[in-house]
Design a binder for this molecule. Structure first.
Ligand code: FES
Length: 280
């Protein structure tokens, strides 16, 4: 069993947990994920690792309640436990294997949307620890929905919050913030975008026009997380890739986002039935 050491509500429907998982904490790197299962009959939920403490042996996960399983997760408190906590899975971010000196020459822009700012955090933190300051744009619907602000400010070079309703920071979508920065003379060598598929799609359409290479982190439905079931398949250019073993990061200018969104919709009815069961 994997004991929850801390459980905190960050914003409406968004929760953070520190989970005791020493083996995962020892081996994980930024960009990787875990598959979490509450109990014997529980659904396997993939969650990107938001932070890790190798000495404490803990992994920080952040999730949004989007269905029956994550609603059950949200009800857990410190002292409760998950039955399975499998990982680290997937490939680490390519950044962590790049030459540090060449990374220091690059200007990197991270773009996080909603709960997607959680997986942005370990990458920006890792860069900061290695002497690289990256710019970070985080978008949310309202000020109340912005998460991990203090943590993000502490590790980013420049931090640009955006809200759709204009209650805080830049008023508008993350894409208009990117345009503002580029029009203001910022030249980026790389963009890393993580968030809802629709946000990543429009960020990539823009960065393609601006000729900024862009990496996205895909979080499709997963079952085994080991490349066997095919549930997480995506079209990346002409190739079929499995997000769990080939990703979760891909060249954003090659990902077929429309197909990825359609596949997400396929499971809506099933999720609706699971939610009804939960309310019975
Ligand atoms: Fe089964 Fe990726 S989750 S192949």
């Amino acid at each position: 069993m994997y004991k929850i050491r801390k459980a905190e509500k960050l914003a409406d429907k968004i929760y953070l947990m520190d989970v005791e998982a020493p083996r995962v904490a020892r081996h994980c790197e930024p960009g990787q994920f875990v598959i979490v299962k509450l109990d014997e009959k529980g659904e396997r939920i993939p969650l990107t690792i938001c932070d890790y403490d190798r000495e404490e042996g803990t992994i920080t996960i952040v999730f949004q309640t989007v269905g029956a399983s994550t609603e059950k997760f949200a009800a857990l408190k410190a002292g409760d436990a998950f039955q399975d906590f499998t990982g680290p899975l997937g490939c680490p971010s390519e950044l962590v294997h790049e030459d540090i000196e060449s990374l220091k020459q690059k200007k990197i822009l991270f773009v996080g949307g909603g709960v997607g700012s959680a997986p942005v955090y370990p990458q920006v933190k890792w860069l900061k620890e290695h002497g690289v300051d990256a710019d970070v744009i985080i978008g949310a619907k309202t000020k109340d929905m912005l998460i991990l602000e203090d943590e993000m400010k502490a590790v980013s070079g420049n931090y640009y919050p955006c809200t759709d309703d204009g209650t805080y920071g830049h008023a508008g979508m993350v894409t208009s913030m990117i345009e503002e920065l580029v029009n203001g003379g910022n030249k980026y060598d790389l963009c890393v975008a993580i968030g809802p598929v629709i946000m990543m799609k429009f960020t990539c359409l823009l960065t393609k026009k601006l000729e900024i290479p862009t990496v996205v982190s895909m979080n499709p439905i997963m079952v085994d997380g080991t490349g066997m079931c095919g549930a997480c398949r995506l079209h990346v250019g002409d190739e079929i890739k499995f997000a769990c073993v080939d990703g979760p990061e891909f060249d954003g200018h090659l990902v077929n986002f429309d197909e990825a969104m359609k596949r997400q919709q396929m499971y809506k009815t099933q999720e609706g039935r699971a939610m009804l069961k939960l309310q019975e």
